[in-house]
Every structure is written in structure tokens, then in C-alpha cells.
Ligand binder design. Structure first.
Ligand code: NAD
Length: 493
């Protein structure tokens, strides 16, 4: 019997009203990892009501006290890191060392946002009139709906929930149905840390059911969404119609540029890690490698050789390099791009098929794949595949590399390998993505800096860092006139 988990609403662990459930399986083995409530609109409404009620006291609790609860939650995450990492690997497949990184990112974010309880700085500024004081302070937006994907199931929810609650909001959290146990673990840690009931409410289930119920509820002021472009754009339209704010973090088609003067070995390591880490299922995955002509052939042959040596298997096996993809649909989607790449004229140089044998048939495994001689306009070089697939594109110059890098509908992460500081800075200036790395892969964001993308990746918001506070707070501007007489701004000045 699979272990049964419940929704967390108003500080109580409850089944969905309709009593329905769904099960999640380990994508490496097919074993059932847990059973969860299949929530619907009515459960989402219960959760929103609990969040509205809890907000009255929570927003009045001094922010440093709120921060202390986060600090205690971070300590619990530290204590449980190994167990939570194993749970995470079992439900979404990434290899254990990366799962530990996912938990660590949540730990870092929770400590960082705990500190914001004593910062969350506003501004004070001179007034244009005498005997008048002017300042702006951050105020919570109210109830926040957090809707998250499965690929960073502990880190991404923490990027949303921690800044939301430390600034006095309450939350209704709908995690992906493909990684529910990590959501449970995170919320349990907050409960154990002493978070009052109703401040974070957890509703498991499908997007179109539980998720839609949160979005549609008039008392939810802000939706913070991370996931695919198809879903995110639809949510943006809904939120526009309902007059609520929405922060979107969506897909990527990230590139690593390797110039002729690059340290090729370093660049190879960066590409392997960025293209095949998390089985290529990162929003920041390097699914394109833009290589300058002088080093292209050497780089391509070394990359193909290394890619063929990567070991597929369960992420719980410490010898595994690349775990399974998350589910059957994702496996089929990745496979569907193989004939697309070939018919567009790219050459398949490594991988290219669903993997079999050695126990892999029980799970969803795809061979790490390299296309060479891809052209920038090909679909494999334009669309987010979200699997262990990368495409090499040959260019003649730095300028062409930057143009190719920018020539996709997304704008999340880019990287350049070069030993020339002038070329590095030209790239930093010319690249139009939210994240730029020099002599490092496209992944490796740290929680105290802004994270997010330009163009099709997002809608201008940033997560993490103090930028996150801008999403989860509204500015309240305060004027205090202590002159004892009517003073008129712009008129008496
Ligand atoms: P997804 O869009 O399928 O699902 C994301 C979440 O939205 C899930 O919780 C899902 O249940 C919910 N959902 C689906 N339909 C909904 C609806 N109609 N109403 C409300 N909620 C709904 O994405 P996914 O497959 O879980 O995640 C992969 C995608 O996420 C990739 O495109 C990846 O690039 C993106 N991603 C982006 C970032 C970033 O920071 N830019 C980070 C991680 C993942």
C-alpha cells in the first residue's frame, strides 16, 4: 500500500472533499512512491479561505518574528537534507547529488529570506516641504497562489513561499503532480518550525483542477507561476481578465558559446553538466552549443565521445550520471524530436533513442543525445525539448555567436567560454538573457541574486535576491506632515 498524504489547509491535514486520490511513481522503476489527494476547485476554495483568515494575524506579526520561523524551518531542512533528497530523487528522477543541491537551494533561500525579516528595506527621502517626512514601506499583497513545476520541486517552491511569507503574505501552494512528496516535506518543515495554521496551505492535484481553482478565486491577489510557456501564457490571460498580478517563470532555450580561444576541456565539462544534468530537464539546460569554427571539429568529437560514456540509471545509484526523464509523455516528446532534427538536416552524432536493457526498461530513460551541424533556425535549435538533447551550431565570429544566442523566443540563461576579457565583456553586453555566465555552464544560480528570464521566458519579474521582494510586496508611500498647518505639495513649494 502506498503511503497516503493529505492536503494541508488551515493547519489541518485533510483529504480532498471528493475523497479522490492519485498516485505518483518512481520514473526510474515504476514503483509507487505515494498517494495524494486529487483536489478540485472546492478544495482550492477552502485553502484560499484559510489563507485569507490567517493573513489577518500574520501580516501584523512583526517581520523579525516571521523571519525566526523561517530560520527554524531552514534548520529542519538541514537536519532532513539526506532524507528529503532521496524522496526527491525517487519521485522525479534526478541523481542524488543534484537532489541534495535542490534541497540545499531551499535551505539557502530559507535562511536568506529569514534575514529579510530584519531588512525588507524601504526608502526614506527628504520632502519638498518643511516639517514633513516622506518614506515608502513594503506591504504584503495578500493571498498568493504558488504554482510550481516538478523539476526543482524543493527549490522552486521555496523561492516563492519564503519571500511571500516573510513579507506578510499567506500562501496557497499547488505543487506539480509529478513531485508531490517534496512539497509535503517542505510544508511539514514549516509546520514543525511553528508556522501558524493557514499561512501556507498545500493543495495537491492537477493543474486544470486544483490549480485553476486557485487562479479563479477573487481573494487571491497574486499568482506566482513557474512552468511551461503553454500553461503560463494561459494563466497570464486569465489573470489579466481577473485583474490580478502574475509573475511568470517559463521555458528556456539556453546556449553555451565556445570561442576559438576557450579552454576546451573546461568548456566540455560545462556543456556535459549543463546539457545532461537533471537529464536536461532544467529551465537553464544548455540545449544549444554555439562553437566557433576554429575549435568546432575538436569540440564536437570530444563532446560526442564523452556523451557516449555517460551512465544511465536510477538517480539513487551513486554511479549514475544521468537519471530517467520524468514521465512517459516527456519520453515520447523527446523521442519525437529525433526525426525532426534529422529531417531538418542536423546529424545525430550520439544517442537519439529510448534506452533499453540493464533494468532501464522499467523506467523512462532516453540516451544522452548530441546533434551536430545544426542550423540556428532548425526546430531542435529553437524549441524547448526538455530532455538530454543538445545541438551544436557552427559560427564564424563572436558577433555571429551573440546573434545566434539571441535568436530564439526565450531569454533565460547563456554562457560564454573565452580567455579574452574583452570578448567576455562584449558578450555580457550583447547577450539578451536574464543570466549570463562566463567560463561556467548555463546553470548554477545563487539565491541572493535575481533569477529569471527576458522575452518568452517571463513577464519581467525576477525571483530570488531582493528582487523577489518586489513581486511579493506593494509599495506604500507615507507622508507625515508635522507642521500643524495645511501644506500643499507643488503649490506651496
Ligand atoms: P507545466 O506548465 O506543465 O506545469 C507547471 C505547474 O502548473 C504544475 O503544478 C501544473 O499542475 C500546473 N498547471 C498545469 N495546467 C494548469 C492550469 N490550467 N491552471 C493552473 N495550473 C496549471 O510545467 P512542468 O512540466 O511542470 O515544468 C516544466 C516547465 O517548467 C519547462 O518549460 C521549464 O522550462 C519550466 N521551468 C521554468 C523555470 C524558470 O525559472 N524559468 C524553472 C523551472 C522550470
Amino acid at each position: 500500500m502506498a503511503q497516503e498524504y493529505r492536503n494541508y489547509i488551515g493547519g489541518e491535514w485533510r483529504d480532498a472533499r471528493a475523497g479522490e486520490r492519485f498516485e505518483r511513481e518512481d520514473p526510474a522503476t515504476g514503483a509507487i512512491t505515494g498517494s495524494y489527494p486529487r483536489s478540485r476547485g472546492e478544495d482550492a476554495r477552502d485553502a484560499v479561505c484559510a489563507a485569507v483568515e490567517a493573513q489577518k494575524a500574520w501580516r501584523r506579526m512583526p517581520a523579525p518574528r516571521r523571519g525566526e520561523i523561517l530560520f527554524r524551518a531552514a534548520e529542519i531542512l538541514v537536519r532532513e537534507k539526506e532524507r528529503f533528497a532521496r524522496d526527491l530523487t525517487e519521485e522525479m528522477g534526478k541523481v542524488l547529488k543534484e537532489a541534495r543541491g535542490d534541497i540545499q537551494e531551499a535551505i539557502d533561500m530559507t535562511y536568506y529570506m529569514a534575514g529579510e525579516g530584519r531588512r525588507a528595506f524601504g526608502q526614506t527621502t527628504p520632502s519638498e516641504l518643511p516639517d514633513k517626512f516622506a518614506m515608502s514601506v513594503r506591504a504584503p499583497v495578500g493571498v498568493v497562489g504558488c504554482i510550481t513545476p516538478w523539476n526543482f520541486p524543493m527549490a522552486i517552491p521555496s523561492w516563492k513561499i519564503m519571500p511571500a511569507i516573510v513579507t506578510g503574505n499567506t500562501v496557497v501552494f499547488k505543487p506539480s503532480q509529478y513531485a508531490p512528496k517534496s512539497a509535503y516535506n517542505l510544508v511539514r518543515a514549516l509546520e514543525e518550525a511553528g508556522l501558524p495554521g493557514g499561512v501556507v496551505n498545500l493543495v495537491f492535484g492537477e493543474g486544470a483542477e486544483a490549480g485553476a481553482g486557485i487562479i479563479e478565486h477573487p481573494l487571491v491577489s497574486l499568482i506566482s507561476f513557474t512552468g511551461s510557456n503553454a500553461v503560463g501564457k494561459r494563466i497570464a490571460v486569465q489573470c489579466a481578465e481577473l485583474g490580478k498580478s502574475v509573475s511568470l517563470e517559463m521555458g528556456g532555450k539556453n546556449a553555451i558559446i565556445v570561442l576559438d580561444d576557450a579552454d576546451v576541456e573546461l568548456a566540455l565539462e560545462g556543456v556535459i553538466w549543463s546539457a545532461f544534468g537533471t537529464t536536461g530537464q532544467r529551465c537553464t539546460a544548455a540545449s544549444r552549443v554555439i562553437v566557433q569554427g576554429g575549435v568546432y571539429d575538436e569540440f564536437a568529437s570530444k563532446l560526442v565521445e564523452r556523451t557516449k560514456k555517460l551512465r544511465l540509471g536510477s538517480g539513487l545509484d551513486e554511479g549514475t550520471d544521468v537519471g530517467p526523464v520524468v514521465n512517459r509523455d516527456q519520453l515520447a516528446k523527446i523521442a519525437s524530436y529525433m526525426p525532426v532534427g534529422a529531417s531538418d538536416g542536423a546529424t545525430l552524432a550520439a544517442g537519439g533513442a529510448v534506452a533499453h536493457g540493464d533494468g532501464l526498461d522499467r523506467g523512462y530513460f532516453f540516451e544522452p543525445t548530441v546533434f551536430v551541424d545544426a542550423k540556428p533556425a532548425m526546430r531542435i535549435a529553437q524549441e524547448e525539448i526538455f530532455g538530454p538533447v543538445t545541438a551544436l551550431i557552427r559560427v564564424g565570429s563572436l558577433e555571429e555567436a551573440i546573434e545566434v544566442n539571441n535568436g530564439v523566443p526565450y531569454g533565460l540563461s547563456s554562457s560564454i567560454y573565452t580567455r579574452d576579457v574583452n570578448r567576455a565583456f562584449k558578450a555580457i553586453e550583447g547577450i539578451h538573457t536574464g543570466l549570463v555566465y562566463v567560463n561556467a555552464g548555463t546553470i548554477g544560480a545563487e539565491v541572493h541574486l535575481p533569477f529569471g528570464g527576458t522575452r518568452g521566458t517571463g513577464n519581467g519579474h525576477r525571483e530570488a535576491g531582493t528582487a523577489a521582494l518586489d513581486t511579493f510586496t506593494e509599495w506604500k508611500t507615507v507622508y507625515v506632515d508635522y507642521s500643524g498647518r495645511l501644506q500643499k505639495a507643488q503649490i506651496d513649494a
